[in-house]
Design a protein around this ligand. Sequence first.
Ligand SMILES: [Zn+2]
Length: 266
Amino acid sequence: MRYIEPHAHMVSRVTDDYVAMVTAGCAAVCEPAFWAGFDRSSAQGFFDYFSQLTEHEPKRAAKFGLPHFTWLCINPKEAEDVALADDVIALIPQFLTKANVLGIGEIGLNKNTRNELAVLEKHIALAVEHDQLILVHTPHLEDKLKGTRLIVDLLKGHSGVKPGRVIIDHVEEHTVEIVLNAGFWAGVTLYPESKCTPARAIDIFENFGRENIWLNCACDWGVSDPLAVPKTALEMRKRGHSAETIDALIYQNPLRFLSQCAKFKL
Ligand SMILES: [Zn+2]
């Protein structure tokens, strides 16, 4: 089995996770910038985090033979502080030329507030200005449907955004069609406690087709499983899906999307 893990927060994980992922067939890992579990006190904290993502974590991953890529932004949770967000967004361009940076993400919404929307808009403008791929986080549970609609409307309203270069992540049964019908890619996140179980993810994929969908584990400092993608592949095998179908979903689809950035080479 071979797969690409397109969404994992490896700075929060131990080296055993790298070993396990490579052993399971992981060919590359992509790490969007996100919330650290606490609010950073200044833009300087983000400067250090972006340095970690672009210089130090790729070296750590390389020790285990795993190519490491990243996405940069201030996450929606901390974007409520618009002045801080402005300072952080101003830091990003100097990092965009780093060898492992694929685009802007994971931007998006958390509680669907006015400030979050304003900062999301600024990130989209930044991505368009620098011709970057975009990775979007959608809100949790009760805020997800409204948040997904707001995000899709905002992206659609920007003439510079090419939907095929945007992935909207953490879709569920009630949001996947909104995303795919608008021409965007959809990410399905596999979580042990919230988001999707392997069974639900496979149902989504069986009902909505395998085009422009990827699976990810989004493992971080909370309850999460860095091997969720290969475990879901085993579940697909049990349901009778062919090796070709599984490979298309967990390897070729992310490869197709990510290869739109010339820096993504395996
Ligand atoms: Zn994430």
